[in-house]
Design a protein around this ligand. Structure first.
Ligand code: SF4
Length: 360
C-alpha cells in the first residue's frame, strides 16, 4: 500500500470531522490544518529512482490518495487536472480516492472519465444515518468502475441496506473514532452493518474499534496500538463468495447424471410459445424471490415442484431447487436473505438452461 498526498490541509465539513486526525497531528506542532497547499509529493507517482524505475510500483498497490486532505475540496480545483493526468499515465497503479465531498465529485471529474477510469476506486465516507442518506444517493449515480463506502468514525446505527442492494458498492469498511475525548462506537452498530453487507453479498471490513468502544452495554477504553488488532480479533470480516461463471457451472451440471435427466416437455415448450421468453423470465424471477431468496424457508428442500412451470424443471436441472443445493453447487451461504445480485444470477442460470432446451 502507498500513500500519495498531493496537497495537505482541509476544512472541517461535517460531524465526522470533529476530531480529525490531520488537525490533531498538525496541532501538535502548531501547524494550521485549514490551509490547503500543494505538497512536495504532488507528482509522486511520476517520480523515479536513480535507476530510472518509478518510486511507486504495482507492488505498492493500492495507492491511497489525499489522506491528509479531501481530493474534492474546492481549494484544490486548479490542481486536480494535473492529478487526473498522472492517474491516467500510471494505469498499472490502483488509486483509491476517499471523500466526504460526494456532492462535488461530478463537477470535478475529467472530460474523458466516461464510465470511470479502470484504475480508480471512488470511496464515499459517511459517519451516521443523516450523512449516509445525504451522500449515498448522489454517490450511486456517479459513474465509476469501482465504488466503496467507509463508515468511520461510525457515530450511530446506520442503515445503508437500500444503497448496498443497488449492486454498485463492492466494499464497506467501518471503524470507531481514535484519539482522546472521542465519541464511542457500539459493537452492535458494527454487527448491524456486517449483517447488511452479508445480505447484500458485499465485502465487509471492521478496521478498528476506536478509543471508546461499547460491547454488550459495557464501555471500554482501547489503547491506540490495540484498536486495529482488537477489531481483527473479532473475526467478523466478510468476503463474498464469487459466483461460478455460467459456462463452468453448466460443465459441472453436464457431468451429473441426475441433473442431466431433466428435459422440457412438449407442454412446457407450448407454454413458452404461448407466454414468450420475457414472461417466463419474469415468472422465474418471482419464484426465486419468493421461494428461494428468504433467509428462513419453512419447507426448504420441498419448495420446488417437479412440474407446472419450465422454471421448476430448470431449478432441478441447475441445482437451484433449494438452499442446500445452492450452497453445494454455488457456494451461496444458507440462512441469509439472497442479495438482488444473487437472485439475478440464479435467474440468468435458469433462463440459460430454458433457452438451451427450447432451442433443441
Ligand atoms: S474531510 Fe477528512 S481530512 Fe478533511 S477535516 Fe474532515 S476528516 Fe479531516
Amino acid at each position: 500500500m502507498a500513500i500519495w498526498n498531493p496537497w495537505h490541509g482541509c476544512k472541517k465539513y461535517s460531524s465526522g470531522c470533529m476530531n480529525c486526525y490531520v488537525y490533531r497531528r498538525d496541532g501538535s506542532f502548531g501547524k494550521d490544518s485549514s490551509i490547503v497547499a500543494k505538497t512536495a509529493q504532488f507528482d509522486l507517482p511520476m517520480k523515479k529512482k536513480r535507476d530510472g524505475s518509478y518510486k511507486i510500483t504495482e507492488a505498492d498497490n493500492p495507492v491511497y490518495t489525499c489522506m491528509t486532505s479531501d481530493f474534492f475540496i474546492d481549494e484544490a480545483d486548479e490542481w486536480r487536472d494535473d492529478i487526473w493526468k498522472i492517474i491516467r499515465q500510471r494505469q498499472e497503479l490502483e488509486f483509491k480516492i476517499i471523500t466526504k465531498r460526494v456532492v462535488r465529485i461530478m463537477e470535478c471529474l475529467p472530460d474523458d472519465w466516461g464510465e470511470g477510469y479502470e484504475n480508480v476506486t471512488l470511496i464515499a465516507t459517511c459517519e451516521n444515518q443523516e450523512e449516509a442518506d445525504r451522500r449515498l444517493p448522489v454517490f450511486l449515480e456517479i459513474p465509476s468502475v469501482k465504488k466503496e463506502i467507509i463508515l468511520e468514525p461510525l457515530l450511530g446505527k446506520t442503515d445503508i441496506s437500500s444503497y448496498l442492494s443497488s449492486g454498485k458498492i463492492s466494499r464497506v469498511v467501518c471503524g470507531g473514532e481514535s484519539g482522546e475525548n472521542v465519541r464511542p462506537c457500539d459493537y452492535d452498530w458494527v454487527l448491524d452493518l456486517r449483517r447488511q453487507c452479508i445480505e447484500a453479498n458485499v465485502s465487509f471490513y471492521f478496521k478498528q474499534t476506536g478509543t471508546v468502544f461499547i460491547k454488550d452495554g459495557r464501555q471500554y477504553h482501547i489503547e491506540r496500538k490495540l484498536q486495529m488488532s482488537q477489531a481483527q480479533k473479532a473475526g467478523i470480516n466478510y468476503t463474498p463468495q464469487a459466483l461460478p461463471e455460467i459456462p463452468d457451472i453448466f460443465l459441472r451440471l453436464s457431468r451429473s447424471e441426475f441433473r442431466s435427466r431433466f428435459k422440457l416437455s412438449p407442454a412446457d415448450i407450448e407454454y413458452i410459445n404461448e407466454k414468450g421468453m420475457d414472461k417466463i423470465r419474469s415468472h422465474t424471477y418471482d419464484f426465486i424471490r419468493k421461494r428461494l431468496a428468504p433467509e428462513y424457508i419453512p419447507n426448504d428442500g420441498k419448495q420446488t415442484s417437479m412440474r407446472g412451470h419450465p422454471a421448476f424443471l430448470a431449478q432441478h436441472a441447475c441445482a437451484c431447487c433449494c438452499r442446500d443445493c445452492l450452497n453445494k453447487w454455488y457456494g451461496i451461504e444458507k440462512d441469509k436473505q439472497l442479495s438482488e445480485k444473487e437472485i439475478e444470477y440464479i435467474v440468468d442460470v435458469l433462463m440459460h438452461w430454458i433457452e438451451q432446451q427450447y432451442e433443441k
